[in-house]
Ligand binder design. Sequence first.
Ligand code: ARG
Length: 583
Amino acid sequence: MTLSLEKIINQKIALCFQNLGFDTKLAFVKPSDRPDLSDFQCNGALALAKSQHKNPREIATNIAGELSKDPDFTKVSVDGPGFINLSLSDEFISRVLCAMAGDPRLGCEKVDQPKKIILDSGGPNVAKALHVGHLRSAVIGESIRRIEKFVGNDIISDVHFGDYGTPMGMILSEIMLQDGNLSKTNTYNIEQISDFYKRANARCKENDAEKEKASQITAELQNGNQEYYKAWQHLRKVSVDAVKKNYDILGAHFDLWLGESDAHNASLEVIKIAKDKHISEIDDGATIIRLEESNKPKPPVILLKSNGGIGYQVTDIATIKMRVDDLKAEEIIYVVDKRQSLHFEQVFEAAEKLGLAPNTKLIHIGFGTVNGADGKPFKTRDGGVMKLEDLIEMSKDKVRESMPEAKDLEGFASIDEAQKYIDTMVEDIAVAAIKFQDLKNNIASGYVFEIDDFAKFEGKTGPYIQYAVARINSIMRKAQAAGIKAGDIIITNREERELALKIAQINQIIMRTHEEKEPSIISDYAYTLAQAFSSFYNASPIMSAEKPELAASRLRLAVLTRDALKLLLDLLGIKAPEVMLKK
Ligand code: ARG
């Protein structure tokens, strides 16, 4: 049995259609476009009329006649060419909401057929500190991971560490250039390794021969050169440790820490399959797969470089093979910068040609860039790349502006303890501010980093939603102290009704977010829900309610709002502090 208001209405409509002999496929409603006139509307009569060659208004009138017998609908009207508008009885709304309140999932459903999904997000690289460009992949990926899990899918996230490309040879060559050999490599920390990479990058950018040399060293590393391999292991480990620290702060969880290098054997197999099936060919010494060019020119996929090196494309194809064969993936979702769209088109097409994933859905969710006010990718004030760590520090500084000082806090044994408490809170809010600002934007479009507003406690921000939760927590504590218990919902004014209807949408919102893989649907909803709560609470105080039943009803609505907001924040990967301090 469903606890979703919209679905319960759909079931009523379906029954009515069935009684009238109509196709029940068209028996569904949507929230009304004119909430001032009705709560829901059903447009099924229009399509029915077409297939039955009848007047839509006549069909709609028939349906409306049947539906108006149901006491859960206070008004059923036919408008325009045949729209059916429905108003719900307050009693019906209350009943559904009380049932939702008794369910830890707030009436939210799971998918009918759970799937095994592999999520490929993060995509950090050896020797490169995480920067703002990596933010979206981790933040969007984490939200998608949580949403898919919540709706019942079996989702495994894999960070797909970039540890096997030309940059490896570049760093090794730079160390050898500076030190004469690789003997000191295992003493280097992440800052030093990043420096080597930066210098190597500058050198190779200007000089093709240097780049070719680096590519050659990478090929030798891949083909088992022990000296390179030992040094590389250290570079990889130090980089993984550094990246993990950042992801921990961001709250991005990865089940698997596999890298491109883990696909080495599978890459060799892929190359063999391609040869055996005569899908590949040799071109200028390299082994390639040519692709269809129906709509636009698509460069071939390079399986093996002429120097024997394995590249980005083949590791991705091989990783698909591993995820299908070993992990039984039914769906693979890549959350990667949309500038890599062509890469994924190539990889998916090659995988299809090779027959590696015949029953697996491959999805690239391409995101836009995080931009500065000038519309170009976000930079530091001096024009450098903005490191994720620096961004988090910057956000913390902003949040601190709204926080009281440790010495002004009461109830702590020492000032140090108070400071610790504040610091944890500042970090939770600062991370929420960054994440929400990312997740409130449509994935595919880039967005401008709202440097002045993203960490404010008002407006469409993470801290605002967190604050709404903390405020309701405080209301609940006060109500409890006054002996008020949540009870049946009695709707007495417009604000209560609007809040109740808003809460009742949660299942549809989460399901849509899952289907469209677009967390901004949840962010929008969370924001409007928090706003609806504010209006409600202004109109309907709890402590000074006229009657005890009304206090109990309003407390129920408050608790439901709090639980809904907490669930939504959790699905966005954002923490909801129990208490929020404010200056
Ligand atoms: N490391 C890559 C980069 O920085 C991103 C990896 C994305 N995932 C993948 N399976 N290709 O561009």
